[in-house]
Design a protein around this ligand. Structure first.
Ligand code: HEM
Length: 402
């Protein structure tokens, strides 16, 4: 039985008010029911805004992952085929196998070895804007940083990184639920281009291995098992899609949040050892990934709510991270908050594989920004957020500084 079907709420997911500030809407949904049945998207489903309920669902493998495109889609067949080979959209036992093979080489130790390169790249990017006394934090800093780092990890040669950077701009829309036909057309075309690009790169690395992730993945063999060529290509593209713009958003959302909280910005500047704590709070406060989705593979009872087989479940991570039953003063930014068990990287078997990389990049980027950019001021405190439901993304973040 659906426990709360007939409740109506005045706000909808698609108003600009929602995109500017989704949190009152999340609170309203949660106050009606932390697992709310609604028709708010193209597909009706359960909207999960409660922290405890989000965890129950994310750790229950009876809730399955699926690609957001309809399986019948002919138009986006290539995109669909690539997504079908990504671990993000796989279920057990296929997910476990893929994740095991990839996580054996994409390890926290491998990420830690990138620290000097990340620091050098951050320094270079900030150096380039120093004399201008103005910058767009996204296009001048966060975006090229995330792009250069993921390109370096995968082994994209230096001279091809600019092209690579251009391809990555619109990929996130291919996995957002608000994606328009135009965005899908564009994302589809770029994904196909990226696939061809990686195919050539994989061939080169098969002939001539280097120290990059692609070469390591080609070599990786566990108990007689290895990635197929298609899985390898899908993994490269997944790392770009899942890891690129989310990291851009983490860095830019964090800097925007600090600009709006000057006292905490000062505190962080004066006490750099707070950086790890602060990044966890930025992840909670403006979660780059706001939503993920599952589908129930059988009738499942969660906290007296029966979710029927085939029902869609939308887990609003950004809402769970502001649940007052879990976080004291949930709408307040507190860079000293500890413990901070946010769900910004998900939970359970699909917990973000790139979390160590995202954390390291953000810590270095934000700390160095505070050290090198004096008295940053945003062009406006009322910036338009992109109309994506699954992601919290600014279009631009122009600032001036001394
Ligand atoms: C701030 C940055 C990031 C955020 C907020 C983020 C968020 C997430 C979330 C919420 C999930 C789980 C999705 C689900 O359960 O449906 C996820 C999965 C994943 N993320 Fe991230 N991510 C970030 C950065 C990265 C980076 C840098 C990479 C790699 C370069 C990456 C690679 C992945 C992969 C491969 C998965 C799928 C894991 C699996 O299915 O087992 N992410 N991420």
């Amino acid at each position: 039985m659906k426990t709360n079907v007939n409740q109506t709420i005045p706000l909808s997911f698609t108003t600009s008010e929602f995109f500017q500030n989704p949190y009152p809407f999340y609170d309203k949904l949660r106050s009606i029911h932390p697992i709310y049945w609604g028709n708010l998207l193209k597909y009706p489903g359960w909207y999960v805004t409660g922290y405890k309920e989000a965890i129950m669902i994310l750790k229950d493998t009876r809730f399955k992952n699926r690609i957001p495109l309809p399986q019948t889609s002919k138009k986006y067949e290539q995109l669909k085929n690539i997504q079908n080979d990504m671990m993000l959209f796989k279920n057990q036992p296929d997910h476990k196998r893929l994740r095991f093979l990839v996580s054996n080489v994409f390890t926290p130790r491998m990420v830690e070895r990138l620290r000097p390169y990340i620091q050098e790249t951050v320094n270079d990017l900030l150096q380039q804007v120093q004399s201008k006394k103005s910058m767009d934090v996204i296009s001048d800093f966060a975006f090229p940083l995330a792009s250069l780092i993921i390109a370096k990890i995968l082994g994209v040669p230096g001279e091809e990184r600019q092209q690579f950077r251009e391809w990555t701009v619109s990929l996130i829309q291919t996995i957002d639920f608000t994606r328009s036909r135009k965005a899908l057309d564009n994302g589809n075309a770029i994904t196909v281009t990226l696939r061809d690009y990686f195919k050539q790169l994989v061939e080169k690395r098969k002939q001539c291995p280097e120290e990059d992730l692609i070469s390591l993945l080609i070599k990786e063999e566990q108990q007689g098992d290895r990635l197929t060529d298609e899985e390898l290509l899908a993994t490269c593209i997944l790392l770009v899609i899942a890891g690129h713009e989310t990291t851009v958003n983490l860095i830019s959302n964090s800097i925007f949040t600090l600009l709006k909280h000057p006292h905490q910005m000062m505190e962080l500047k004066e006490n750099p050892s707070l950086i790890e704590n602060a990044v966890e709070e930025f992840l909670r406060y403006e979660s780059p990934t706001q939503m993920t989705a599952r589908v129930a593979s059988e009738d499942i009872e969660i906290d007296q709510t029966t979710i029927k087989k085939g029902d869609q479940v939308y887990i609003l991570l950004g809402a769970a991270n502001r649940d007052p039953n879990q976080f004291a003063c949930a709408h307040l930014l507190d860079i000293t908050r500890n413990p901070n068990p946010h769900l910004a990287f998900g939970y359970g078997t699909h917990f973000c594989l790139g979390a160590p990389l995202a954390r390291l990049e953000a810590q270095i980027a934000i700390q160095t920004f505070l050290q090198q950019i004096d008295n940053p001021q945003p062009a406006s405190f009322d910036l338009p957020w992109r109309k994506l439901m699954g992601f919290r993304t600014l279009n631009e973040l122009s600032i001036t500084f001394d």
